[in-house]
Design a protein around this ligand. Structure first.
Ligand SMILES: *[C@@H]1O[C@H](CO)[C@@H](O)[C@H](O)[C@H]1NC(C)=O
Length: 245
């Protein structure tokens, strides 16, 4: 598998340094405990080289376009008639247009290799059909949102003690702007009254879904890789490599 090769590539940091794919950040020495020695490097060039694969991963794993789950929420009205807001036919687009938000850091400490990456998505569009209904009314239309500069931080760890890969974090950490517009029933006073509630539900839902879906797909990928990592007793000890950094 190509990915497996890529991870072995990541382990060969000294080669990355000499070829200029990585630059050393810090080498903190702690003479009292050799094992806690931490080595960090920026791997921006390597990451940028991998961007087409990341782009491809996002598309083939159904993340762009991403189908959004249907949602049904009870809303409070001035007169409460079991007012319900249903969001259906939801789609999110733009997650495959991804770039590096800042430095990608590869580090090694206590036999754990960590990649800390923040991905940026310049423009992501989301839309749903909404239906607002109670005993007396029934309103429908489209609700559209545009998210600018959404950033997702992903931390991947490879534990060299048991050769297991894990994803401790895959989470949206920044959104610059999230504009929401309604289509249909624009000048309706009732719609204006509930617009904020719909907007809030819409925003929260989108952010939660992106967090969930990214975590889910990363977990599937990591499980796949974990199955393919050779058993430790058949691997040579990569920890020796770090003494040459
Ligand atoms: C809203 O969605 C819920 C859950 O899917 C469904 O039971 C309900 O019938 C829907 N309401 C309307 C008015 O479509």
């Amino acid at each position: 598998m190509v990915l497996q090769t890529r991870f072995i590539f990541l382990l060969l940091l000294p080669i990355l340094f000499t070829t200029g794919f990585a630059s050393p950040l810090d080498v903190a020495e702690d003479s009292s405990n050799v094992r806690s020695e931490k080595v960090s490097a920026k791997i921006n060039k390597l990451f940028d080289m991998m961007l087409p694969s990341i782009h491809n991963f996002i598309q083939t794993h159904g993340l762009d376009p991403l189908k959004l789950q249907d949602l049904s929420e009870k809303l409070q009205g001035v007169i409460i008639h079991n007012r319900v807001l249903n969001l259906t036919n939801g789609w999110l687009q733009g997650l495959s247009d991804v770039r590096r938000a800042n430095d990608i850091i590869l580090s090694y400490q206590d036999k754990v290799i960590t990649v800390d990456a923040t991905l940026a998505f310049d423009v992501v569009d989301a839309n749903y059909k909404y239906l607002l209904k109670d005993l007396l009314i029934s309103k429908k239309g489209q609700v559209r949102g545009r998210i600018r500069n959404m950033q997702l931080r992903i931390i991947i760890e490879l534990d060299m003690k048991n050769y297991k890969l894990a994803v401790p974090m895959a989470k949206i950490i920044n959104v610059d702007k999230f504009n929401v517009i309604f289509e249909g029933n624009k000048d309706d006073p009732l719609m204006n009254a509930v617009a904020k509630a719909i907007t809030d539900i819409f925003r929260t839902t989108i952010i939660n879904i992106v967090n969930q879906e990214f975590s889910k797909e990363m977990k599937i990928l990591v499980d796949e890789i974990n199955k393919k990592i050779p058993r430790p007793d058949r691997l040579f000890d990569y920890s020796n490599v770090w003494h040459y950094v």
